[in-house]
Write a new protein. Structure first.
Length: 259
């Protein structure tokens, strides 16, 4: 899952998408958090569905019958959608059924690593320096009070247990009854999904089955692993300190008796 990412500049997005002058709204490249405004890229509407359109919207999907733009509880986040739940959750099911799939262009996204016992933020970048094209779902919601049409979107996540890089992220899940860390086969580590350029047309225009087949963890070699290497160094240092023999305290020298 992801709760912070950085947009690319408009010029970089145009170059990356391969369509200089495509229909992109003006925007300032910035970091985006849940329920803030970001850019998503979708197909144009009929009859020009082959054209890419970039629109600003709320990062956090809005339930179709919701009276407000975001859930009443701050604990409820809709900026990530589990692929396993996307067909049955009311917030996402309508957009998924209509194949309103999109791409979220990002320079990097942030994930937490807890292997040292403390949170270390990793900025997930591509090794080749190119932006990510993250799999997303978009919709439009009408504000019942103002009539405003509000574009909104979410990033789709999949399970990444066993992945050599992505499974290292996020705090380990614990048994709610015992408080013990669950074994690896009981964890449900999540990851957002990069769509390769060769698969953009399939993701945006293909069948549901074809789209679902693209939802899988990104290969580890696609990532810049600088933050992973820094964490590895911290882990090695921590292990060396733990295994070092404690210094033997020397007894004070015998002063002898004064009497």
């Amino acid at each position: 899952m992801c709760n912070l990412y950085s947009m690319t500049s408009k010029g970089e997005a145009e170059r990356f998408l391969g369509q200089i002058g495509l229909d992109l709204e003006d925007y300032e490249a910035t970091t985006v958090g849940p329920f803030q405004t970001g850019l998503f890229v979708r197909p144009g509407k009929n009859p020009d569905t082959t054209r890419l359109v970039g629109r600003l919207g709320q990062w956090g999907m809005i339930q179709p019958d919701s009276p407000t733009r975001r859930p009443a509880s701050r604990a409820i986040l809709t900026n990530n959608a589990r692929i396993e739940d996307i067909k049955r959750r009311v917030t996402y099911m309508g957009a998924w059924r209509k194949a309103q799939r999109c791409l979220i262009v990002a320079a990097w996204y942030q994930e937490p690593n807890w292997e040292t016992g403390k949170n270390i933020w990793w900025k997930m970048r591509r090794a080749d320096g190119q932006p990510w094209a993250l799999a997303g779902l978009w919709s439009e919601w009408t504000d019942p009070n103002t009539g405003e049409l509000v574009a909104n979107y979410t990033m789709i996540t999949c399970n990444c247990d066993g992945h050599p890089l992505l499974a290292r992220l996020h705090r380990p899940e614990k048994d709610p009854k015992t408080g013990e860390v669950l074994p690896p086969d009981k964890q449900d580590k999540r990851a957002v999904v990069h769509i390769d350029k060769a698969d953009w047309d399939t993701w945006l225009h293909g069948s549901e089955a074809e789209a679902v087949a693209l939802i899988k963890p990104t290969s580890a070699d696609v990532f810049d692993q600088s933050d992973a290497r820094l964490t590895d160094e911290l882990l090695r240092a921590k292990q060396q300190r733990a295994t070092a023999e404690p210094e033997t305290k020397q007894a004070p020298p015998d002063q002898g008796s004064l009497f």
